[in-house]
Every structure is written in structure tokens, then in C-alpha cells.
Design a protein around this ligand. Structure first.
Ligand code: ADP
Length: 540
């Protein structure tokens, strides 16, 4: 066995000790305490034995002396081993922001807390590590935990990718990303990041305050269009929003022996008399998650239990899932024949266009309205109130009905939702339900002015958790004044962000409908989307 392999074994043994992380912290505390006590007691006993001239120490040792020396050695070896292990690894830190689940931290995050321990396990330089990844001897996803240096891990993975693929990712930026921050939170096996330009529309005058709206997009015309909508809204005195509901949902599916039994469980969880008990079980895992309702659907003997809860400033999927697990554990006592098929039974519904979200809502339900003066419709939108109202009926309402839309009664809500989601670190996949929107236009004030509203039942946003922690996304949240948790009124930041999303959609709807009514759409897209530069590079 060569020296390097021996070194590797020792390093592995140290890592195994470091994985004292695998022992629960309370148990570690007890073993550490016992070792200290054993060391002190055995030392005292040894001192006493050595100083007792009537009973000198002789070999072979007697039973008691042998036990004392053994305790001494064992506790010394145990305590020395602790010095070889960085303290962070034996005592996992709570993740930043404090995980409320009471569970162990994400393994990758725990690994990140013990960089030195992991560094000790690395053999050889960069070249050997890349070669190991290329040959498959070292799985790429182990790089972070083996190196204890996320940036180096990403750099070596990138080089290995270049060699394996024969192409690499030359143009993909590498510097400028905090690879430590994304570990265990945002992205696995990173090799760089994609640049998406961020434009700013506004100010959006909403509920008496001005917001500069950051939009991450590669669709030319979009920011300009929303900007124009904001101008029309501001020139008419601003928009007003109302948050109708704040309720993230999770719907596990459970199977019972019979449909009759499934119906019994449905009655039990939906009974008003049981709500308080279930709500108190639900909130055990969170300071912020509060159960708001339970609504079930049955398919034969399968029961889909849709839990809804408020989640403070977090988007809330983790929070609601933990609460649901608590309640399912509790229900198992009264319904031992209940078989959990999946914590998510798709009746939630996350990232799928569904009627349940459209009707019941998911996340924040918001309605936002404005009355645009006739003169502003003329001067800013270059069209008339009548034309806009008719266009909305024929396109957004009738056209979408003809298409069989599910919450798609709008012109382009998803454009604005997605751009804002990417800029502010939301989960872009949730634009599916977050973009469900019905846009209503009416002529008011004797037909002189335009009343416009957007009603969006499922805006799923948070200002803490997920991608909101990353520097660039956090700075966009900061621009809107909703960065992080709201200390004074938990949940206020996320609610405000949801209203800003709706207000921005209102601006986007107004502007695109205006462009369509005025027959400007193609012209403006040609102006902003098809620059000579684009055409030249596309042709080359
Ligand atoms: P999600 O449930 O959206 O996935 P996470 O669980 O990732 O969110 O993040 C929420 C974490 O932030 C929780 O651990 C929670 O304790 C913490 N937190 C701190 N302040 C707040 C707040 N005001 N609202 C919600 N969560 C908060």
C-alpha cells in the first residue's frame, strides 16, 4: 500500500470522525461529556494510586488499576480525535435563516461547514482531480464535499466537462458567482451561470408608492412595453391593489382500503370541530406556517387532501410540506389503514396549469385595478377606450374561451411574471400558475375613461428562501424594498411583492393591448427585437 493510499485511508478515517455529523448533536454532547468525566476521574485515581506508597503500581496490573488505565487511554484517544476534527463538523450549524424543520441540515451544506475536514481528503492537485472526474473514479457531484471549496469544485468540474464533452462551455461566465451560496440551496453541480439582462420599467405608481420594476428577459420590447404601461398608469393617478388571500397549498394523496373509508377520512379532516387540533399539529414545525384550510377530493379509495397555509415571507413549499407531514403522522393514529402514496398528489397543484389553482388560488391571490384617463389612452397608448374594450372582449375573453384556456384570459401576463420572477430569485417554473390571470376592460365615466383590472389568484412569491438569497436577485428585491424577511410584520414583504407583480402585469396588459389596438405590435417588435446587429449575427 503506497503512502498516498495510506494518507487517503487516514483522511477517510478523519472524515468518518468528522461525520460525527452523522451522530445527532445531543448524543455527541453526551459522549464528549462522558469522555471528559472519564479523563478527570481516571487521572485522579491514577494520581492517588501512584502516591499510595502502601500499594505501589506493579505489572501485571490488577483489575482496578487496569480499568483506570484503560479509561484514561480511551478518553485521551477520544478527546485527541476531536482535536483532529474541525469543530464545525461535529456540531453542525443551523443553516442560514434557521431551518425550522428541526431536521439535520442539507448534507451538502453541512459539508460546506467543514471545509478543512474535507480538504484533508483531497489527494493530488487539480490535474489529478480532473482526471479522476473524467475517468469516473470521482463522481462529479462529490467535488464540493471532497474539496471543501465550492469555487474550485466548479472550476474543476468545468474543466472535466470540457474534456469529456469535447466542447466545453467557453462563453459561459464563471467569475462573479458565489458558488458557496448556491450549495445545498439553488443548484447542484454548477459550472458557471447564464447571463440574463435586467431592465427596469417604471416607476410603477401602485397604492400611492413608486416602484422601479426589475425585469430579467431576453425578449426585446418587453421592458419598453411595461414601461409605457407604467407611464399610462402614473399619468392617470396610479393603480390600486388588493390581496385577497395568502395560502400556499400542498395536497398529499393517501390510499385507504375502501372508498367508504376514504370518505370517512375526508369527513374527519374537513370537520370544523377538528380544525384547531390539526392546525396546532401543523404549526409544530414552523414559526410562520399557519394552517388556513383543508379541502379534499376523492378518486375511488384515493383521497387528495389539499392543505392551505400562510407562510410568512417565504414562498412556502418547504414550510407547508413539513406541516403536512406533521398532520399525516397525527392522522395515522386514528386511521392506521391510511397508506401515504405521495406527499404531493398533484391536487396542490405545483407548476401545472390546473383548475383548482385557478378557482381556489395558490400563494397570493391579488386583484389590481386602475382607471386610465381617455386622454392618456390617446396620448400614451395611441388608441381609444372603445377599441381597447372591444379588443379585450374578442381577444382575451372570447379568444381564450375558444382556445379552451385555463386561467389564460390575458394578453401576456406570463411575460411580466417570468421576467420579474427571474430578476427577484423566484422559482421561474411557478410562472405556470402564477401567470393565471383574467384581464377585464370597461369603459367608465360615460365612456370617456378606461377601467382595467387584472385578477391573479395564484402568485407564488417569497422574499426569503430559494434563489432570493443570491446577491443579484437580492439586489433586485432590495430595489423594490422587499428584500428578506419583514421583521415587523412577517409576510408583509412577500405580500407586497405579489401586489407589485400584479401591478406590473396590469402595466404590461395595458401596453400590449394598446399596441395591438393601434396596429403597432409588429412595428415595435421589429424595432426592438430585430436590430441590424441581430440579423447580421443570425445570418453569419
Ligand atoms: P420555502 O418554504 O419557501 O421553501 P424555506 O423553507 O427555504 O422557504 O425558507 C424559509 C426559511 O426562512 C424558514 O426556515 C423560516 O424559518 C425562515 N424565515 C425567517 N423569517 C421568515 C419570515 N418572515 N417568513 C418566512 N420565513 C422566514
Amino acid at each position: 500500500m503506497d503512502a498516498r493510499r495510506v494518507g487517503g485511508r487516514i483522511a477517510a478515517a478523519r472524515r468518518a470522525l468528522a461525520a460525527g455529523g452523522s451522530l445527532p448533536v445531543p448524543v455527541l454532547r453526551i459522549t464528549n461529556g462522558l469522555a471528559m468525566i472519564s479523563l478527570v476521574l481516571s487521572s485522579c485515581d491514577l494520581l492517588r494510586l501512584c502516591s499510595d506508597s502502601s500499594r505501589p503500581l506493579r505489572f501485571p496490573l490488577g483489575g482496578r488499576e487496569f480499568a483506570t488505565v484503560l479509561c484514561q487511554l480511551a478518553s485521551v484517544v477520544y478527546l485527541l480525535s476531536l482535536f483532529g476534527v474541525p469543530s464545525g463538523s461535529g456540531h453542525p450549524k443551523a443553516p442560514a435563516g434557521g431551518d425550522e424543520g428541526g431536521g439535520s441540515p442539507h448534507p451538502a451544506r453541512a459539508a460546506a461547514n467543514a471545509p478543512e475536514a474535507m480538504h484533508a481528503g483531497v489527494e493530488g492537485g487539480d490535474e489529478e482531480i480532473v482526471a479522476a472526474v473524467v475517468s469516473g473514479a470521482l463522481p462529479s457531484h462529490h467535488l464540493e464535499s471532497r474539496l471543501g471549496d465550492c469555487r474550485r469544485a466548479a472550476r474543476l468540474r468545468r474543466e472535466a466537462l470540457r474534456r469529456v464533452s469535447g466542447r466545453g462551455v467557453e462563453g459561459l461566465p464563471f467569475d462573479g458567482m458565489d458558488y458557496q451560496a448556491i450549495l445545498g440551496q439553488c443548484c447542484e453541480m454548477p459550472v458557471g451561470y447564464v447571463q440574463v439582462p435586467v431592465g427596469v420599467a417604471g416607476p410603477l405608481l401602485l397604492d400611492g408608492r413608486q416602484y422601479h420594476v426589475p425585469m430579467a428577459t431576453t425578449e426585446g420590447c418587453l421592458v419598453a412595453s411595461v414601461n409605457r404601461g407604467c407611464r399610462a398608469i402614473a399619468a392617470s393617478g396610479g393603480a390600486v391593489s388588493v390581496l385577497l388571500r395568502d395560502a400556499m397549498s400542498r395536497a398529499p394523496v393517501v390510499k385507504l382500503p375502501s372508498a367508504k373509508r376514504a370518505a370517512e377520512l375526508k369527513s374527519f379532516v374537513e370537520a370544523a370541530a377538528n380544525f384547531e387540533t390539526l392546525a396546532s399539529v401543523f404549526k409544530r414545525s414552523s414559526r410562520f406556517g399557519r394552517l388556513q384550510g383543508i379541502h379534499c377530493a376523492l378518486a375511488g379509495r384515493n383521497l387528495y387532501i389539499r392543505f392551505t397555509c400562510s407562510t410568512g415571507d417565504a414562498m412556502g413549499m418547504n414550510m407547508v410540506s413539513k406541516g403536512v407531514e406533521n398532520v399525516l403522522g397525527y392522522l395515522q393514529n386514528d386511521f392506521p389503514d391510511m397508506d401515504l402514496i405521495s406527499l404531493s398528489g398533484n391536487y396542490c397543484s405545483d407548476k401545472k396549469p390546473t383548475a383548482v389553482n385557478w378557482i381556489e388560488g395558490r400563494g397570493k391571490s391579488v386583484v389590481c385595478e386602475a382607471t386610465i384617463k381617455g386622454g392618456v389612452v390617446q396620448s400614451v397608448l395611441k388608441t381609444t377606450v372603445q377599441k381597447l374594450v372591444e379588443l379585450n372582449i374578442i381577444k382575451n375573453l372570447t379568444g381564450s374561451a375558444v382556445a379552451g384556456a385555463l386561467g389564460g384570459f390575458n394578453a401576456h401576463a406570463s411575460n411580466i411574471v417570468t421576467a420579474l420572477f427571474i430578476a427577484t430569485g423566484q422559482d421561474p417554473a411557478q410562472n405556470v400558475e402564477s401567470s393565471q390571470c383574467i384581464t377585464m376592460l370597461e369603459a367608465v365615466n360615460d365612456g370617456d375613461d378606461l377601467h382595467i383590472s387584472v385578477t391573479m389568484p395564484s402568485i407564488e412569491v417569497g422574499t426569503i428562501g430559494g434563489g432570493t438569497c443570491l446577491a443579484s436577485q437580492a439586489s433586485c428585491l432590495n430595489l423594490l424594498g422587499v428584500r428578506g424577511p419583514n421583521g415587523d410584520s412577517p409576510g408583509a414583504n412577500a405580500k407586497l411583492l405579489a401586489t407589485i407583480v400584479a401591478g406590473s402585469v396590469l402595466a404590461g396588459e395595458l401596453s400590449l393591448l394598446g399596441a395591438l389596438a393601434a396596429g403597432q405590435l409588429v412595428n415595435s417588435h421589429l424595432k426592438y427585437n430585430r436590430s441590424n446587429k441581430d440579423v447580421a449575427s443570425a445570418a453569419s
